[in-house]
Ligand binder design. Sequence first.
Ligand SMILES: C=C(O[C@@H]1C=C(C(=O)O)C=C[C@H]1O)C(=O)O
Length: 91
Amino acid sequence: MDLMGARTRIEEIDMKIIDLISERSDLASVVAEAKRREGGAVRDDEQREKVIARAVDRAKESGLDPEPVKEIFELLILMNEYRQWKITEGD
Ligand SMILES: C=C(O[C@@H]1C=C(C(=O)O)C=C[C@H]1O)C(=O)O
């Protein structure tokens, strides 16, 4: 694969990543509704730790440096929490 081919493939992967981030982020409405019904704060430190630990383990299995992966997941969690706060702010 040449440079152009690699860049085209990177672009395709980037678009998929954005679609997945959007799908993950959209689940904030489901989570916010469940927490409204069942009770529970937007920020859940126990669940945060599980999500991060899972991502770090998978990163290591994939031969990736876990630290940047951890940072990415911290941002994804913040995005989801922000969406939940926006949904529940009128409550
Ligand atoms: C999605 C949730 O809400 C928050 C967002 C999380 C996430 O994006 O993975 C994890 C824990 C919570 O702080 C949840 O409680 O499951």
